[in-house]
Design a protein around this ligand. Structure first.
Ligand SMILES: Nc1ccn([C@@H]2O[C@H](COP(=O)(O)OP(=O)(O)OP(=O)(O)O)[C@@H](O)[C@H]2O)c(=O)n1
Ligand SMILES: C[C@](O)(CO)[C@H](O)COP(=O)(O)O
Length: 239
């Protein structure tokens, strides 16, 4: 079940956002990794970082990017006059290792940390703020939506239907009290760690789900660029 909306975030709470952009985007089949592809005139990554910067919480941003792309990123920041303050660090072999590189740089065990995929540029400021509020109250806040399709599980040659009201599709941001996230990321890597919630759960943490958005898509395949541009244009017409 999704957690109801939380109270106001304590303005004294220190907050961080780890934006993971250390992947190579193999499924996108583009020479330029998908986080740099332009969406409505600017790189995917800039849309994502602006959403966090413009949220009420406006967390300190740590950007995780493969070292090979640090110079390209600095050049893009110049070209686009992008001046949002952030710390740039090197990515790792998998998403887990990229997140860990950032988590290990945050020493304070009394802060809140959101982890977000750079390639989910349509995240709303409202969801970002709610994830920090919920994590402050409950320790964890993991963004998710219910499946709109029916769900079947394969068993042997056949398959059985599952109750879709009990199934959630997990997104980011995934936000945690730092003590919990830091302890979880001390575990050795496992292939089952597909997101931060799976890492925290394996370490004994209880996951609180909050409402995500069907627009908060992860740019994974080429057609996702067209969908994301359409959604951004729709949003700007609504303003
Ligand atoms: N070593 C890695 C792998 C992934 N990511 C980040 O994790 C997010 C979700 O990963 P995914 O969509 O799978 O990105 P890629 O790994 O780049 O894509 P693919 O799996 O198609 O290669 C992305 O923002 C990606 O940059 C990361 O920081 N470090
Ligand atoms: C973290 C994530 O976006 C939550 O849905 C997802 O697990 C990333 O999966 P990927 O295969 O690494 O893109």
């Amino acid at each position: 079940m999704l957690h109801p909306k939380s109270e106001i975030l304590n303005p004294k709470s220190k907050t961080y956002a780890i934006i993971v952009a250390g992947g190579s985007g193999s499924r996108m089949q583009s020479a330029l990794p998908k986080q740099f592809i332009e969406l409505c005139g600017k790189p995917v990554l800039m849309h994502t970082m602006e959403a966090f910067h413009n949220s009420q919480t406006s967390p300190e941003i740590i950007l995780v990017l493969h070292a090979t792309y640090h110079d390209l990123w600095k050049e893009l920041c110049n070209v686009h006059n992008f001046s949002i303050n952030h710390k740039l660090i090197a990515g790792g072999e998998t998403r887990f290792h990229s997140v860990k590189n950032a988590v290990d740089l945050i020493y304070d065990i009394n802060v809140l940390i959101a982890v977000h995929d750079a390639v989910r540029p349509l995240i709303s400021s409202a969801i970002i703020d709610e994830s920090f509020r919920c994590a402050e109250a409950n320790g964890t806040a993991v963004t998710a939506v219910k499946s709109r399709d029916s769900i079947r599980q394969q068993n042997g040659e056949g398959s059985t239907c599952l109750n879709r009201d009990e199934i959630y599709l997990v997104q980011t941001p995934q936000t945690f009290k730092s003590a919990l996230l830091k302890e979880a990321y001390m575990q050795p890597y496992s292939e089952n760690f597909t997101d931060d919630a799976s890492v925290v759960e394996q370490a004994g943490g209880q996951i609180t789900l909050i409402a995500g958005s069907y627009s908060n898509i992860k740019i994974t395949f080429p057609e996702d660029i067209t969908i994301a541009e359409a959604l951004i244009n729709k949003k700007s017409h609504q303003r």
